[in-house]
Design a protein around this ligand. Structure first.
Ligand code: IFM
Length: 437
């Protein structure tokens, strides 16, 4: 694809490690991963890929790959250990070194402000469920913008607010592990409001900046042909996708979802306008589509992720279905008309095996090919998609799945921290080399 950025993405808690070093504060993921039964094998991000110490080697890998952009996130508790107040200079210094290293290698840094590692001190004050977080987030954003805005010109406020709101506060499967609908609704609203306010902070502090948000979309298809199942799929789409896309693009929270839930977040006058800031781009993350069934027991939400037989699934048990991706990208363009779109994450986990020093991950290569082709067809249909970030540079801490699931282009031997490019890394590299010639 011409005039198209190819990059890789990572996130702080998943790769950095050094969880208790150089003054970093505790995050909700440090707490959650230590809670028995929450993360597979009791894994934590204490060491992860030790990227805090090995970032130069990782940046060299990116250079070798030939990517032109690197999407990473800042760990809030590394730069402000208690979330507000005292700044940790060691943390700032680390990101200074990282950003300089990225630029020195001719790669453009793309910074995500929040990828789930909330300071525990703020969670102790209610976290995302407390409206005051919009002020805490503005303060944190202001710090990053002032310190890094001279060199970083691409900013993303939040990564996947769905996961923070629904998975963290409704299903309780991610930090902070709460299961309460009202709390989840308030958290979702405060996430989006924090996003809107942060956009102003960024724009007022950085010249020639481009700012966006990253939303993960999961298209929903009905299990059968019945009207109930079709309505159920629409509702799942509303809850998982439109709930976040609508307000960001100036629409209200979806009426069908509000009605089904019978509850609403606490919205104050002017909030919806503040959320709907004009954005330079939308980041879209895509992994799989979901199959949905009407729940006859009368629960407010339908039955999601019904298991389809005879379909291809990744090691996460997620269905591989690239046409649904193409369709949803086109739909976003049609319904919301973002100025620019970037696929800020896409990738897959497989049962990677190291054999004779090699990982022959042909399934990951097929996944990339199919999804890049889907992007091409959405572009042909008019969607202004200008870049793709493979998830992920490295195998890493896959949240509740710990280190069991590997998404990397580069294999990480967690015992030795050796990095071994997989066949897919060589494939991605070749794709970029072919483009350059
Ligand atoms: O690893 C995660 C990432 O942190 C957010 N998006 C989905 C990825 C794969 O599950």
């Amino acid at each position: 694809m011409k005039d198209f950025i190819y990059g890789v993405a990572t996130s702080s808690y998943q790769i950095e490690g050094a969880a208790f070093e150089d003054g970093r504060g505790i995050s909700i993921w440090d707490t959650f991963s230590r809670t028995p039964g929450k993360v597979a094998n009791g894994d934590t991000g204490d060491v992860a890929c030790d990227h805090y110490h090995r970032y130069k080697e990782d940046l060299d890998l990116m250079k070798w790959l030939g990517v032109s952009a690197y999407r990473f996130s800042v760990a809030w508790p590394r730069v402000i250990p208690n979330g507000i107040g005292k700044i940790n200079q060691f943390g700032i210094d680390f990101y200074d070194r990282l950003i300089d290293g990225v630029l020195e290698r001719g790669i453009e840094p793309w910074l995500t402000i929040y990828h789930w590692d909330l300071p525990q001190a703020l969670q102790d004050r209610g976290g995302w469920a407390n409206r005051e977080i919009t002020e805490w987030f503005s303060e944190y954003t202001g710090l990053l913008a002032n310190r890094f805005g001279d060199r970083v010109k691409r900013w993303m406020t939040l990564n996947e607010p769905l996961c923070s709101a629904w998975i963290g506060h409704l299903y309780g499967e991610m930090a902070p592990g709460i299961r309460n609908l009202k709390t989840a609704l308030d958290a979702s609203h405060h996430l989006l409001l924090s996003h809107g306010r942060a956009v102003d902070v960024i724009r007022s502090s950085i010249k020639e900046v481009k700012v966006g948000i990253v939303i993960n979309v999961t298209p929903a298809v009905p299990v059968g042909e019945s009207a109930e199942d079709k309505r159920a799929a629409d509702l799942a789409d509303g809850f998982d996708n439109r709930w976040f896309l609508n307000p960001v693009f100036g629409k209200s929270y979806p009426e069908d979802v509000l009605q089904a839930l019978g509850e609403s977040p606490a919205i104050e006058a002017g909030d919806m306008k503040e959320i709907a800031k004009d954005l330079d781009f939308l980041g879209v993350n895509f992994y799989f589509r979901q199959t949905v069934k009407y729940d006859a027991t009368g629960k407010p939400l339908p039955i999601k992720n019904v298991r389809r037989e005879n379909v291809k699934r990744t090691f996460m048990d997620w269905e591989v279905h690239a046409p649904a991706f193409a369709e949803y990208l086109t739909r976003i363009h049609r319904l919301y008309a973002p100025k620019e779109m970037y696929v800020t994450e896409n990738g897959s986990a497989w049962d990677d095996r190291l054999v004779n020093g090699k990982i022959e991950d042909d399934e990951r290569i097929s996944y990339f090919k199919e999804h890049l082709a889907a992007i091409e067809s959405a572009r042909e249909a008019g969607a202004p998609i200008n870049g793709y970030f493979a998830w992920s540079l490295l195998d890493n801490f896959e949240w509740t799945y710990g280190y069991e699931k590997r998404f990397g282009l580069v294999y990480v031997d967690y015992k030795t921290q050796e990095r071994i490019p997989k066949k897919s890394a060589h494939h991605y590299r070749q794709l970029l080399l072919d483009r350059a010639t």
